[in-house]
Design a protein around this ligand. Structure first.
Ligand code: MIG
Length: 785
């Protein structure tokens, strides 16, 4: 173990160059758009320093001042103070005491590379591939909290455990399971009222020990030979997320149908069954936007094929579904069946597109197809090829692609079983001139990039829809993410909330867990509760495993079916708001489904709160998370709130006992907000809302807006605004409609108010529910009490 030390420094070319006997370093101030970030980059002298970034582009250096005490300063970013010997730095509340480098040596000298893949694998995985690894020691503070790190088990605050970035197909999500499918070396620290972020731009296995081994320190470690850290300023956690996503990239606007409700199953095994499911939805008047085909649609698990027996007429199937307003999505795994005469394999082999072993043989193994080979998505020409292959699906009327097993998962390699906790390719495998170990975490990312770009190329007027299980920082540019194989456990319903919230805080906005649970068996109550919670997942899909009890909405009888129908219809009523949030996400990186701490970072009551969350800034959702639950406690932060259903008003901060009936979900609206809603349709069409109903929660000033467009494609959209004032006696509402599309109905609904005395555009008052409806067709309304 060496401490990294520097003996001299020099500032030139907008860069502070650090020099030591064994190490070199570079400190830069980089910018992209309006965002500035410090980059602290250290490497061993013997290594090549030309390290690029797999996920960031277009960052340019800016000049900065370096003072004698080695503080680096520039406008618009917090100052960075460096120490040279041992190397460390202080920045915002973050104090990095030292950087350690371990285990320098030469690869392969011992001869292990000649024995077997798995010995080589262990050798590499022990942190030895190029003979290096580095650890940054951070001084810990009791009051600090941590968020981010992508998809994780556990609760909201990630402090107190050790988290590894190594994409893994782990189908059993024990409370302490780690890692899972995603790798996000991004962390938000929150101390008091200040937040900061660090992004470690390393694709090797990285480990974040957050005051776990020792209370007084945290350690950020990489198995790779370089340490490339980006410091991302707050001061609010929202600003950290905005800046971070400006660097690694943001999601583009999904097609509206992707925000509808989806039904999946492993598997709808034949054409007629998939159709039958959709018909059942229509018969029962439950909205539905897509039916998903899992691996059994394929011929012998060969991607880019349909089984001639079970799916003889795929374009007839997709057309018949489309007629019902239902899209078809197919799963695509990366494992390509190694079979003579199978075109995908033949082409890939001829071009040497598949991953090789360290002995430079085509690496084969077993996943669903057996034997199987794996495309090397780190190479642009392989991505291009893979993308082009998707023409096949589009020509058969497939609307979206579901990428699974892309950690990548491997059951065996060269006939041998990988270690139980690491069922993937050997780290010694070759991808271009790199070891798999270096780019393992990028496998899903590269596959989704290939898929997204392929879909876009073939259908440039459509918005690609890709769902992925694995991913790396920045995956949101290419795909939605679902959280893999959960179980039909109440614990997993509850655990999905902090898991998705931390994904959101890691820049991944369009996320969801399998509603009803994938493994084990759901029951009616669980499915009803989960569907209500799922109505707030940015991605809403019911999915279950092969050996699980069926869990379509109707299977548990009429009582539960009606609660589930209500939840799904509610989702469709809320689409104008959700779509507007999606539009905000594209501009800011902020997720629709949001931890309370993002909206109330100064409130210690919410910094670890995991079982309630925000939808945008204005809706607070407090689901039931346990069987038989009749009440729960909901925390309403500082401010005025209104019960979305009853209209009753509350003043926060308050812990409110809340009833949890099955046919709805506790929901509170921030006073002064106006939420655009519509009426539930059987499926989505475009995102111009013929029926637009504003849910207004009264306050002296009222404001809301709605983003509308075709719901698909790249024509410009329009933001229309509702503004209002209310002084206790008179309410005035003005609607500025910019969308220019015909509307059948524009109204505002105001709950919890007395019968008005007069005004104009008053449509209806219901004394029973104390609900007032005003007509906004003319653009304005006035109400007097
Ligand atoms: O080894 O394609 O997480 O959603 O249904 C299981 C079959 C492979 C795992 C995915 C799951 C999917 C299943 N897949």
């Amino acid at each position: 173990m060496h401490e990294v030390r520097f003996s001299s420094y020099r500032y030139s070319d907008d860069t502070l160059h650090l020099e030591g006997t064994y190490f070199k370093g570079r400190v830069q101030l980089l910018h992209k758009g309006g965002v500035r970030t410090w980059r602290v980059f250290v490497w061993h002298r013997l290594e090549d320093a030309q390290k690029g970034s797999w996920v960031m582009e277009g960052l340019e250096p800016l000049p900065f001042e370096v003072y004698d005490d080695l503080s680096c300063q520039a406008e618009g970013v917090p100052a960075l103070k460096l120490w040279l010997d041992p190397f460390g730095f202080g920045w915002e509340g973050l104090e990095a005491l030292e950087l350690e480098a371990h285990r320098f040596g030469q690869l392969g000298k011992s001869g292990v590379w000649q024995t077997s893949e798995w010995t080589a694998f262990h050798e590499v995985n022990d942190g030895l591939p190029l003979g290096a690894g580095m650890s940054l020691l951070i001084k810990e503070k009791p009051e600090r909290r941590y968020y981010g790190l992508g998809e994780r088990t556990g609760f909201l605050d990630k402090k107190g455990r050790t988290w590894t970035n190594w994409t893994t197909d782990d189908p059993i999500h024990y409370p302490d399971a780690d890692p899972l499918y995603q790798a996000h070396p991004f962390l938000i620290g929150l101390e008091g009222d200040r937040a900061w972020g660090v992004y470690l731009d390393e694709t090797w296995r990285t480990v974040f020990d957050l005051a776990s081994a020792e209370d007084h320190q945290s350690i950020i470690r990489t198995d790779g030979p370089t340490f490339d850290l980006y410091l991302i300023a707050g001061p609010s956690p929202k600003e950290v997320i905005q800046r971070y996503t400006a660097l690694v990239g943001r999601a583009s606007l999904p097609p509206l149908w992707a925000l509808g409700y989806h039904q999946c199953r492993y598997s709808y095994t034949h054409q007629e069954l998939a159709l039958e499911i959709a018909r059942e939805y229509r018969r029962r008047e439950i909205p539905l936007d897509a039916v998903w085909l899992d691996i059994d649609y394929m011929d012998g698990f060969k991607v880019f094929t349909f089984s001639p027996e079970r799916f003889p007429e795929p374009e007839k199937l997709t057309a018949a579904l489309r007629e019902m307003g239902v899209r078809t999505v197919t799963i695509v795994d990366p494992g390509v069946k190694k079979e003579e005469g199978y075109l995908v394999y033949e082409e890939g082999r001829a071009q040497q597109y598949f991953i090789h072993s360290y002995r430079d043989e085509e690496l084969w193994g077993e996943v669903w197809p057996s034997p199987a080979v794996w495309p090397d998505f780190t190479r642009p020409e392989v991505r291009e090829w893979w993308g082009r292959l998707h023409r096949f699906y589009l020509e058969h009327g497939i609307a979206g692609i579901w990428n699974d097993m892309n950690e990548p998962a491997a059951f065996t390699v060269f006939g041998q079983e990988p270690p139980k906790d690491n069922r993937t390719l050997p780290s010694s495998a070759r991808q271009g001139n790199r070891y798999h170990a270096e780019v393992h975490n990028l496998y899903g990312y590269g596959m989704c990039q290939a898929t997204y770009e392929g879909l876009l190329k073939f259908e440039p007027s459509k918005r690609p829809f890709v769902l992925t299980r694995s991913g790396f920082a920045g995956i949101q540019k290419y795909a939605f993410v679902w959280t893999g194989d959960n179980h039909s456990y109440w614990e997993h319903l509850e655990g999905s909330i902090p898991m998705l919230l931390n994904l959101g805080m890691s820049g991944v906005p369009f996320v969801g867990a399998d509603i009803g649970g994938f493994s084990a068996h759901a029951d009616g109550e669980l499915l009803a509760r989960w569907t209500w919670l799922g109505a707030f997942y940015p991605f809403m899909r019911n999915h279950s495993g092969k050996t699980s009890r069926r869990q379509e909405p109707w299977v548990f009888g009429p009582r539960w079916e009606s609660a589930i129908r209500e939840a799904i219809r509610f989702r469709y009523r809320m689409l104008p708001y959700l779509y507007t949030l999606a539009h905000e996400t594209v501009a800011t990186g902020l997720p629709p489904m949001r931890a309370m701490v993002l909206e109330h970072p100064h409130d210690p009551e919410v910094s670890a709160l995991h079982d309630q969350f925000m939808w945008g800034s204005d809706l607070l959702v407090a689901p039931a998370v346990r069987p038989g639950q009749r009440h729960r406690l909901t925390y309403l932060p500082q401010g005025q709130w209104q019960d979305f259903w009853s209209g009753e008003g509350y003043e926060g901060p308050v812990h409110l006992p809340t009833a949890t009936p099955h046919d709805r979900i506790p929901l509170f609206q921030r006073a002064g907000s106006a939420i655009p809603t519509t009426k539930a349709e059987p499926h989505t069409t475009d995102a111009y809302w013929e029926t637009l109903v504003w849910q207004v929660s009264l306050a002296p000033e009222v404001r809301g807006w709605v983003y509308e467009d075709q719901g698909e494609g790249y024509e410009p959209g329009y933001i229309s605004e509702l503004e209002g004032t209310y002084d206790g006696y008179t309410l005035r509402l003005d609607f500025t409609d910019r969308c220019g599309q015909p509307r059948q109905r524009v109204e505002a609904v105001i709950r919890g108010v007395r019968e008005p005395q007069g005004g104009h555009s008053i449509h209806h008052y219901d004394p029973q529910t104390q609900t007032l409806t005003v007509d906004l067709a003319s653009g304005s309304a006035e109400v007097h009490w």
